[in-house]
Design a protein around this ligand. Structure first.
Ligand SMILES: [Cu+2]
Length: 153
């Protein structure tokens, strides 16, 4: 009986803790790159509120310029452009390679595997959400292979 009530209390506490998080960021990682180069931040964002939220900008002391980007395909060309990411209520949007990402343009320092970096994400409703991302080589294997091949050609 005691065990059950402790479990119940834990459940209630967990629920109320979750209610306070408007947007939740998970699995944030940055592709390794050297100072002066560009790189990108990826993560999963879940909207726990009842209304649509929009990630419209980001900032960090790691780069000259930090922008929310999407990758697009135009014929056989692939490019990137600034965008705003809409996250519907209850929805999880994945920022991933060749898709939505937060671009770091002209890094002011090296991003080495194992480093951590603070980034602030700016949401229309949730406001500023500060996250810590880890630098890791997390590219999907087929994509990494293709990129290496391009480098060799
Ligand atoms: Cu980009």
């Amino acid at each position: 009986m005691k065990y059950i009530s402790v479990l119940f209390l834990f459940f209630v506490l967990t629920l109320s803790a979750q209610e306070k998080i408007a947007v939740e960021i998970k699995e944030a990682w940055i592709r390794p790159a050297a100072a002066g180069m560009n790189t990108a931040l990826f993560f999963k964002v879940t909207n726990h509120t009842e209304s649509v939220d929009t990630l419209f900008d980001a900032s960090s002391n790691a780069a000259d310029l930090v922008e929310v980007h999407e990758t697009y395909v135009d014929g056989d060309k692939m490019g990137m452009r600034r965008t705003k990411a809409e996250i519907k209520p209850g929805e999880t949007v994945e920022f991933k390679p060749r898709s939505l990402h937060v671009m770091f343009i002209k890094l002011l320092k090296d991003m080495k595997i194992g480093d951590t970096q603070e980034v602030t994400l700016h949401f229309k409703n949730a406001g500023d959400v500060k996250i810590t991302a880890e630098v890791k080589d997390n590219m999907p294997a087929p994509m990494r292979k293709e990129m290496n091949k391009k480098k060799m050609n």
